[in-house]
Design a protein around this ligand. Structure first.
Ligand code: ATP
Length: 205
């Protein structure tokens, strides 16, 4: 059965942490495709000034232009309201061939917050939630999810913490480095670094 790994985020900007971890997760899950879905309005980034969705989308496209494993979807970027993951998964369920295995990848910082996500029980039923370690974030106990997830869903979340490399890169740090006039070489693909420089992104935020 074909499988797809969906990976959403603000990607402001996309960086090697995202790329290394998602590629490694895709190998472990034996999926043929990773679909990056940069969100126009990520609910967990409310109140944060994000770079224009078109710029974040374009950086994703340039980051993976020469990697056939990746695709970039503009679907979330085109949605008016908050980008609830459940809605995105339902969209891909509707457009991908029937019986496609759908996985949604979360970094450990996102797994820690999962209880605050929109209709998380329905989300866990609609796809397989898989997660990747991130420096600074311990595996959560997950027992606090008992009110919103079934025991089987919580067990699946625990089992689906993948063995991926711990990469200490964050978009927050990249933005701060650009603002401080420091290099972001080796933190983002060259095509993304060049785009940031050409568009003057993050220089004065
Ligand atoms: P910011 O610093 O602006 O919060 P970020 O680096 O966390 O950004 P996001 O676009 O918010 O990047 O993250 C999208 C998804 O990728 C989230 O699930 C997040 O947990 C995960 N992620 C981001 N960076 C890493 C990393 N270095 N290792 C593992 N997962 C990551």
């Amino acid at each position: 059965m074909a499988g797809v790994l969906l990976f959403g985020g603000s990607f402001d900007p996309i960086h090697y942490g995202h790329l290394i971890v998602s590629r490694c997760a895709a190998e472990q899950l034996a999926v043929e495709r990773i679909i990056l879905t940069p969100g126009a309005h990520p609910p967990h980034k409310r109140g944060q000034q994000l770079t224009a969705a078109q710029d974040r989308l374009e950086m994703c496209r340039r980051a993976v232009a020469d990697d056939p494993l990746f695709e970039v979807s503009d679907w979330e970027s085109r949605q008016a309201g908050p980008n609830y993951t459940l809605r995105t998964v339902q969209h891909f369920r509707a457009v991908l061939p029937a019986r496609t295995r759908l996985h949604w990848l979360l970094g450990m910082d996102s797994l820690v917050e999962l209880g605050t996500w929109y209709k998380v029980g329905e989300l866990a039923a609609a796809c397989s939630l898989v997660s990747a370690g991130r420096p600074g974030y311990d595996r959560p106990g997950l027992s606090e999810l008992a009110g919103v997830l079934t025991a089987e869903q919580i067990e699946a979340l625990r089992e689906n913490i993948l063995e991926t490399p711990l990469i200490e890169i964050s978009a927050t740090d990249i933005r701060a480095r650009v603002r401080a006039g420091l290099s972001i070489r080796h933190l983002v693909p060259d095509a993304v670094r060049e785009y940031i420089a050409a568009r003057g992104l993050y220089a004065a935020c």
